[in-house]
Design a binder for this molecule. Structure first.
Ligand SMILES: *[C@@H]1O[C@H](CO)[C@@H](O)[C@H](O)[C@H]1NC(C)=O
Ligand SMILES: *[C@@H]1O[C@H](CO)[C@@H](O)[C@H](O)[C@H]1NC(C)=O
Ligand SMILES: *[C@@H]1O[C@H](CO)[C@@H](O)[C@H](O)[C@H]1NC(C)=O
Ligand SMILES: *[C@@H]1O[C@H](CO)[C@@H](O)[C@H](O)[C@H]1NC(C)=O
Length: 487
């Protein structure tokens, strides 16, 4: 009986693999006459695991080479679902659609989507453009109504309800369900998101960075309510590329437990082979750049990592014994932008494992030592790490992974949590100009206008870049010392 079940499972997955292969072959032969138009077939295949089936997913503009294979984690028992592009495939007479037809048609679809999303994000109550331009009158006026901006606030109950119909949820909330450009499609990003409260803030963060080609791992703190966890589960069920970390850690500031969820998410994300860079985020952060801008910056980085580092400002008590292998310990932070090989090294290299044991056992703030140390010891030969002096400073080695105001900049709210300024609408002028990719930290319960306006700008910029109305200059990023002087 057991044997019989096993063999049906086996043959099911074999059928699945055969099915996937035959679809790929179909595409290959269909396009065989013009090989130049079809170079690679995406290999984004997740190893079939028990209880998982595969979903062949193609966005409307997909060409055969764009087709991805995702794990359909929503439907454990469901047979394979195969969605092919809308383009009619006539087996009798394989005709390649003419170049002028196809992109035109799909571009139209995307144009409508980006314009619609930008319209949805428009904040009615305040003039965001004026706030970014530092109009004192508008800022003062906005301060009186910021708590009412974009109401009703959405709580757990709302999200459980909204996500009961995923298609409707994606449309109503204005998610961008296309990679938009070939450049972005070929440069998937991966994110960890450490969250514990404010579901609306988490969902709006996800929406701002969501693209179907990227990957997201959400870790819900053990301390979060069951209702919050269920809400996050419901959210992830609506997107095949958003996963929830199966183990939950009770995160305690200053302990290894800050680092642990990041390592868990790296492990969860590792099985997706396409992504090129990894970011760490929390539920109190928000992007300052569009996906397109991130891809342009990271392409210019050509593998360079962006991590904070210092020896001068490190308190040496935090390291109670010398690090192994003669490695020089460096103080940094848990906010990182790193290439895929850096993550590979952390997950699979023995040196990283021994260093991690040391960090756990003999340092006070493991999360502030581990990543920074790996990035500033070039003798380890990890790709993208920095060969210069490990000192973050504004000019020579800026840290652009996070905008974080430790009191060195004006703080509009005057409100600090653990010495970090809580960002609010009065900070919009400096946030609009910032070179950083993400900002920390926001509380939606304190200020709804700041998130509303950042959202409006991100979606406007996405639209304008897509329509060719706005370009993004990466020369500043390309000229950075950590980009030129890397392993
Ligand atoms: C976004 O675009 C709309 C036009 O669609 C414009 O009215 C608005 O001011 C723009 N917002 C920002 C922050 O640029
Ligand atoms: C969410 O808000 C609604 C009212 O808008 C309320 O009925 C519901 O109990 C709230 N749910 C939670 C979990 O707070
Ligand atoms: C969700 O909310 C809408 C209106 O707010 C209501 O009509 C609908 O019945 C709710 N759905 C579920 C599944 O609770
Ligand atoms: C692990 O890292 C060390 C030092 O960076 C390197 O010499 C070694 O080749 C790496 N091991 C593997 C298996 O890649």
């Amino acid at each position: 009986m057991v044997l019989h079940k096993l063999s049906t499972k086996c043959s099911k997955s074999r059928i699945l693999v055969l099915l996937v292969i035959s679809v790929i072959i179909l595409f290959l032969t269909y396009d065989a006459r013009d090989k130049s138009a079809l170079t690679v077939v995406s290999t984004d295949v997740i190893e079939p695991r028990p209880g998982h089936s595969a979903l062949l997913h193609a966005s409307k503009e997909a060409t055969p080479s764009d087709v991805h294979i995702y794990a359909d984690k929503q439907a454990p028992q469901k047979p394979a679902v195969i969605q092919v592009p809308e383009k009619p495939v006539d087996k009798q007479a394989p005709q390649k659609p003419t170049v002028s037809q196809t992109p035109e048609r799909f571009a139209m679809f995307d144009r409508q989507m980006v314009v619609r999303s930008a319209n949805l994000m428009k904040v009615k109550e305040v003039d965001c453009k004026a706030l970014f331009a530092d109009s004192r009158i508008d800022i003062e006026k906005a301060k009186t109504i910021t708590r009412d901006v974009g109401l009703p606030a959405l709580n757990e109950t709302h999200y459980i309800n909204l996500t009961s119909n995923c298609k409707q949820f994606q449309t109503e909330r204005g998610y961008i369900m296309s990679s938009l450009t070939k450049e972005e499609e070929e440069f998937p990003l991966a994110f960890s998101m450490l969250v514990f409260k404010e579901p609306e803030m988490v969902e709006r963060l996800l929406r701002a960075i969501y693209r179907p080609q990227n990957y997201y791992c959400i870790h819900v703190d053990q301390k979060a309510t069951e209702h919050f966890y269920k809400t996050m589960q419901a959210l992830t069920k609506c997107f095949p590329n958003v996963i929830i970390a199966t183990r939950r850690i009770d995160v305690q500031w200053g302990w290894f437990t800050v680092l642990e969820p990041e390592l868990l998410c790296m492990e969860e994300l590792w099985r997706f082979p396409r992504w090129k860079y990894f970011f760490t985020l929390t539920g109190q952060e928000f992007p300052l750049k569009t996906n397109h801008e991130l891809v342009k910056i990271l392409t210019a980085y050509d593998g360079a990592n962006d991590l904070e580092g210092t020896i001068k400002r490190a308190n040496f008590d935090r390291w109670r014994s010398p690090a192994p292998f003669g490695i020089r310990p460096i103080k940094g932070s848990v906010h990182i932008t790193v290439n895929r090989d850096f993550v590979n090294y952390i997950l699979h290299n023995n040196t990283a494992k021994v260093l991690l044991e040391w960090v756990k056992r003999d340092t006070s703030f493991p999360d502030e030592t581990f990543f920074a140390t790996l990035n500033h010891n070039p003798q380890l030969g990890i790709r993208g790490t920095y060969k210069g002096e490990p000192e973050t400073d504004e000019e020579k080695k800026p840290f652009l992974t996070r905008f974080k105001n430790w009191g060195h900049l004006p703080c509009a709210s005057g409100n600090y949590v653990r010495a970090i300024c809580i960002l609010s609408l009065g900070d919009l002028p400096q946030l609009g100009q910032a070179k950083q990719y993400f900002a920390n930290k926001f509380y939606l319960s304190e200020d709804r206008a700041v998130i509303g306006c950042l959202e409006e700008k991100i979606f406007n910029d996405t639209r304008d870049e897509y329509l060719g109305l706005k370009t993004f200059d990466v020369s500043y990023y390309a000229s950075l010392d950590f980009v030129k002087n890397k392993v």
